[in-house]
Each structure stands twice: as C-alpha cells, then as structure tokens.
Design a protein around this ligand. Structure first.
Ligand code: BV8
Ligand code: ZN
Length: 243
C-alpha cells in the first residue's frame, strides 16, 4: 500500500518532468543531513545562540569581535562537511531541466559544492566577506579568520557577506528570485520552516502566479495547507526519488 509520501513523490515526479519552468527554494533543512545545525531544530543554532541577537548590524557595530566569533564557529563547523544526496539531486535536476532556478536561504555554500550553478543565495554566503570601508567583496576560505579580519586593500574591518536581520536583501538577487518565481509552473519548497521574510512568502507568490507548489519537509509548516502537494520526509531521501 503506497503511503502518502509515495503518492506525493509520484505526483511531484510527474509534474516535474512535464513542467516548463521549475523553481526550488531551500532552507536549513536541506543541509541538516550534512550535519549542519538548523536554526530551530534539535541542537539548532537558535538554542545555543540567540541568532536574532548576533545576526544583526546592531550586534556587529556594538561587538564585532563577538559576531565574528559566532561566524568563525560556524565556518569551522561547516568546513569539513559535504553536500548530501538532497544537494546532489538538485544539481542533477538543474542539468536535466532546461528552465530550472535554485533559490536558497542557506549561507553554507553546499549547493555550489554539490555542483549547482547560478544559485540565488538570498541571504549571502558565509565563505564570502565584504569590506565595511571600501565595499570590496572576496571569497575567503581561511578557517578560522583572524578575530577582527581586515581588508587587504584599505585595512578597514571585514564583515561576513550575509544578510542580517533587519537588513535589506540585495535588490538584484531578490529580483532574480521573483523573476523566476512569477514565471514558473512548478515550485518545490524544501527544508524551510517558512518563518523568515521575504523568503517565506515566495511559495505563496508562486501559487498566486498559477504554479503548483510542493513542500518537502519533516514537519508541517504554516504554508503546508496552502500548497497543492506536501511530502513529509527527509529531503536527502525524497529529492533523489524525483529523478
Ligand atoms: C528584511 C543569514 C526588511 C544570516 C538569515 C522584527 C525585527 C527585525 C526583523 C523582523 C522583525 N519581524 C519581521 C522581521 C523581518 C525579518 C524576519 O522575517 N524575521 C523573522 C524571524 C520574524 N526579516 C529580515 O530581517 C530580512 N530583511 O525583512 O528587511 C527591511 C525592509 C525595509 C528596510 C529595512 C529592512 C532579512 C532576513 C535574513 C536574515 N538572515 N540568514 C545567518 O545565517 O547568520 S535568516 C536564516 O534563518 C536563514 O537564512 C533562514 O532564512 C532562516 C532559518 O529558516 P530555515 O532555513 O527555514 O531553517 P529552520 O531551522 O527555521 O527550519 C528548518 C526546516 O527544515 C524545518 O521546517 C524542519 O522541519 C526542516 N527539516 C529539518 N531537517 C530536514 C528538514 N526538512 C527536510 N529534510 C530534513 N532532513
Ligand atoms: Zn576595504
């Protein structure tokens, strides 16, 4: 007897290979099976650190050393981790589906590591730093970074090139995401609790533009009843079964 998950997977697989344009939006849940702590789950970041306190421009201007300690801790944790079958399945999907856009809230860089290209990283990337003085952007894989890393060009303090709470997302990044979302006929929302805006509303926006939206998550989210398809389970197991 096929359970709800099997039914959901076969329904989604059929839609996926008929779709004209596909968008996938991922959150921390897609990296959980790689060993990356999610924000809200067991052992999640939110429990150990008040992310809302630390991932803000106010915290950085008040105590940049503490904020860098937080990001260096995450960089050290992330450095040895690898993509999981969920990341690889999305990279394979991109190779097989002509009009495919991957949008992620994650800053861990694991989608790129798995071979996905042109990933729309809504909240930036923890492996990139930006100069608070001259704005210079560069990838810096050193683990750990110096306590107060300085710009090689102008000597000013560097910051993680991520979007903090209360900060605007890069308008070009946001437009690229909305462009794909408003034109897709299928959107998969995988591994996100749907709590942080503006990413959380993207599935509803796709549905409003006529797309079928499928959610892949371990647990229900505030949007589960809104989406046409909802598959409960691990993204690392479900996404490869769509190929
Ligand atoms: C903006 C980068 C507006 C940094 C992140 C009050 C005060 C301040 C701000 C606000 C406020 N009220 C609302 C806001 C806006 C705020 C917001 O939405 N806050 C929320 C908390 C209420 N948003 C912002 O500030 C954004 N900017 O709105 O600007 C503006 C307007 C005008 C002028 C100025 C400004 C910027 C938000 C970006 C913040 N940066 N990350 C860093 O990481 O250090 S957010 C960060 O948290 C992530 O990127 C991600 O977006 C979010 C975590 O969510 P998830 O990814 O969903 O992870 P979570 O742990 O929650 O859930 C995991 C899910 O996976 C679960 O559902 C679980 O069941 C599932 N799962 C687990 N394992 C698996 C699985 N699923 C499948 N398989 C598995 N194996
Ligand atoms: Zn500089």
């Amino acid at each position: 007897m096929t359970n709800k998950t099997d039914e959901g997977i076969s329904e989604l697989r059929e839609k996926l290979w008929q779709a004209r344009q596909v968008v996938v939006l991922t959150g921390a849940g897609i990296s959980a099976e790689s060993g990356v702590p999610t924000f809200r789950g067991e052992g999640g970041l939110w429990k150990r650190y008040s992310v809302m306190e630390l991932a803000t421009p106010e915290a950085f201007s008040r105590d940049p050393k503490l904020v860098w300690e937080f990001y260096n801790w995450r960089r050290e944790l992330l450095a040895p981790l690898s993509p999981n079958p969920g990341h690889y399945a999305l990279a394979e999907m991109q190779r097989r589906i002509p009009r495919f856009t991957l949008v992620t809230q994650n800053i861990d860089g694991l989608h790129r590591k798995a071979g996905s290209t042109d990933v729309i990283e809504l909240h930036g990337n923890i492996w990139w730093v930006r100069c608070t003085g001259c704005g210079k952007l560069m990838e810096d894989l050193r683990v750990p970074l110096p306590e107060m890393p300085e710009c090689p060009t102008c000597g000013a303090l560097l910051r993680p090139n991520v979007v903090w709470f209360g900060e605007m997302l890069d308008p070009q990044v946001l437009n690229a995401a909305y462009e794909a979302i408003s034109n897709c006929d299928l959107m998969i929302v995988a591994g996100t609790s749907g709590t942080v805006q503006p990413a959380a509303s993207m599935g509803v926006q796709a549905k409003r533009s006529g797309a079928t939206v499928a959610e892949v998550n371990l647990e229900p989210t505030p949007y589960t009843d809104t989406y046409q398809i909802s598959i409960s389970g691990k993204s690392g197991e479900i996404l490869p079964r769509l190929l």
